[in-house]
Design a protein around this ligand. Structure first.
Ligand code: 13P
Length: 234
């Protein structure tokens, strides 16, 4: 089971340090076996002691160079970061990253052996067009991606469920994850409005190997409670 927190553009360095201290204390005290990953904003990246993995929400596919506003692997290496989110819906749809750029990024970090949490998910109009259209869309988001890469984790995050409180029905998640499972044997996460109240139901769905949590992960107590719920399902 993998429980991941995506802070997006939230929290300062000091708040992140406090959060990580509390989270790592919890993992240690409760002897948590589930894998916990946290993606803080760039300015809060650091070396933290404890078992939770720290990943980066985004980086440029380069070691270093003249790419104003970006960070490369030289900056990530300073903190021993070897985990990255690629293809998140906000990067695709808000920041305008194309599938071509995403594929380039994926291949660059794959060649370096990074753990890649690769996100896919449809907009509401695609969902309304039916499951066939939905899967065709998700397949197009996997173009150029090695779905059997050994360090890959796939996160299915419907765009319309992100930050809205809306969650697909249990049967919908089950069906999409079953179809993703046919494409990849790697762990499959669900993301989109996961919270304490629906965690129990989501982590028991077949082929759901964990969750990627945005808003509800910002409170360390809530996130710890969600980890505990997942832990009980291991
Ligand atoms: P929310 O949990 O806030 O819906 O965000 C999900 C997400 O985008 C995680 O990457």
């Amino acid at each position: 089971m993998i429980i991941a927190a995506n802070f997006k553009t939230n929290k300062t360095r000091a708040q992140t340090r406090e959060y990580m201290d509390e989270l790592n204390r919890f993992i240690h005290l409760e002897k948590i076996r589930a894998e916990v990953i946290v993606f803080p904003p760039l300015t809060a990246l650091d070396s933290f002691t404890g078992t939770a993995t720290v990943g980066v929400q985004n980086a440029y596919a380069v070691e270093n160079g003249a790419f104003t506003g970006e960070v490369g692997t030289e900056q990530l290496d300073e903190f021993g970061i070897k985990t990255i989110l690629v293809g998140h819906s906000e990067r695709r749809h808000v920041l305008g990253e194309s599938q071509k750029e995403i594929t380039r990024k994926f291949n660059y970090f794959k060649a370096l052996g990074y753990r890649i949490v690769y996100c896919v998910g449809e907009k509401v109009e695609t969902r309304e067009a039916g499951e066939e259209a939905l899967m065709a869309y998700i397949t197009s988001q996997c173009e150029g991606i090695d779905l059997e890469y050994e360090n890959l984790v796939i996160a299915y995050e419907p765009v319309w469920a992100i930050g809205t409180g809306l969650v697909p029905g249990k049967e919908d998640i089950r069906s999409i994850h079953a179809q993703l499972r046919e494409k990849s044997s790697r762990p499959l996460l669900y993301g989109g409005s996961v919270k304490i109240g629906n965690m129990d139901e989501i982590v028991t769905i077949e082929n759901v190997d964990g969750v990627l949590v945005g808003g509800a992960s910002l409170y360390v107590q809530s996130f710890c409670q969600m980890i505990k719920t997942a832990e009980e399902k291991i």
